[in-house]
Write a protein that binds this ligand. Structure first.
Ligand code: SF4
Length: 240
């Protein structure tokens, strides 16, 4: 029998009191995550930076502003999605997360994911991509390809902060968010097609009047999954 989902506020309270790893000593506050608790898209970054630690919210400051612009390319507003990080406390000097910190902190991300139950998980950068897909394949190879972790669609993208220091990443980021928007629309169209099928089976007049959806409406998803095969390097996902 599946484990019941823990309410987000309960997980938040656990995070706020957490002292499992030494990052608790250097934090101003924990950064649980923010957004729509029933989001279709869960965005997973790396760890809080200085501004996030001060404000208690992920992706604020320049990287956050840029993320908002990128979301709009995909037809999303910040309030539509839920934004979280792999680590809930800031590593000193913005150094990379350490494996033991990831191991200790990610049970919270797992529970957040189970409770929010998104259709898509967008992993931003290497750390969240490697954790969620349980892979050693880097973001440079995986970005812009549709992957799976259990029942979730996973779409890895470069971390927006990367584009602030390396403008060559901007084009890739913007292309990938365009593709994300396409995947969302294709999934909507496919869901509409399933509704029509179900309605037809029941002889529903309302469903019969629904416009037909092209039969290749989910072709983009299939194409993304068959792109230059980084997926062959992805092991069994371990998110849930
Ligand atoms: S980083 Fe995670 S595991 Fe470490 S103290 Fe913060 S909430 Fe706890």
């Amino acid at each position: 029998m599946p484990k019941p989902h823990i309410p987000l506020e309960e997980i938040r309270a656990q995070v706020e009191g957490c002292r499992r790893c030494p990052l608790a000593d250097g934090r101003t506050q924990t950064v649980f995550g923010v957004g729509n608790p029933a989001a279709r898209v869960l965005i997973v970054g790396e760890a809080p930076g200085k501004n996030e630690d001060l404000q208690g919210e992920p992706f604020v400051g320049a990287a956050g502003k840029y993320l908002n612009e990128l979301l709009s390319i995909a037809g999303l507003r910040r309030e539509d999605v839920f934004i979280a990080n792999v680590l809930k406390c800031r590593p000193p000097g913005n150094r990379d997360p350490r494996p033991e910190e990831i191991e200790l902190c990610t049970p919270y991300l797992r529970e957040q994911t189970r409770t929010i139950d998104p259709e898509f998980i967008v992993t931003l950068g290497n750390f969240s991509t490697k954790f969620i897909l349980k892979t050693e394949v880097g973001i440079t190879r995986l970005h812009g390809t549709l992957q799976r972790a259990g029942r979730f669609k996973v779409f890895p993208i470069f971390h927006p902060a990367a584009a602030l220091y390396d403008s060559s990443k901007r084009e890739a980021l913007e292309n990938d968010f365009t593709t994300l928007g396409q995947l969302l629309r294709e999934s909507d169209a496919a869901a509409g097609m399933h509704e029509v099928d179900a309605g037809n089976a029941q002889g529903s007049p309302a469903a019969l009047s629904t416009p037909a959806v092209p039969t290749d409406s989910n072709a983009g998803e299939g194409q993304a999954e068959t792109q230059p095969d980084p997926a062959s390097h992805v092991e069994q996902p371990h998110l849930l």
